[in-house]
Ligand binder design. Structure first.
Ligand SMILES: [Zn+2]
Length: 123
């Protein structure tokens, strides 16, 4: 279920701007009127009488992200050992709890991707 969060910015105690953020949901934000009330959708956020109808551009949108597809040729419990390019070291590559591949080499720590992971992912 999508959620609408409101942030308020005040200057010297006077409200200057409200921004809205929608988390989840599969459709981008829109506003609508229903039975005399105004809503931000998705999420059914009801605007109170003193709230202006926001511009769509002022509503941040963080869509629902489906879980990653499982990697076809990867055993999620296995630790893969991959030789470094010089061949003098071995790095351990494995799947973390979110389903992403992680490596212990310095390149991965820096770039979140490396040759060792690519080697493991190769069919
Ligand atoms: Zn690596």
């Amino acid at each position: 279920m999508p959620k609408v969060l409101v942030s308020e910015f005040a200057v010297a105690g006077k409200l200057v701007k409200r921004t809205y953020a929608i988390y989840g949901g599969l459709v981008p934000p829109f506003t609508m009127e229903h039975l005399g009330e105004r809503y931000i959708m998705p999420g059914w956020y009801k605007l109170s009488k003193d709230e202006d109808m926001p511009n769509i551009e002022d509503i941040a949108y963080y869509p629902y992200k489906p879980k990653k597809e499982p990697l076809p040729n990867i055993d999620s419990n296995k630790v893969y050992k991959v030789k470094s390019s010089k061949g003098d070291k071995e790095y351990l590559v494995q799947m973390d709890s979110s389903g992403s591949m992680v490596c212990e080499c310095p390149g991965y720590q820096f770039r979140r991707s490396c040759r060792h992971i690519k080697t493991v992912l190769q069919p």
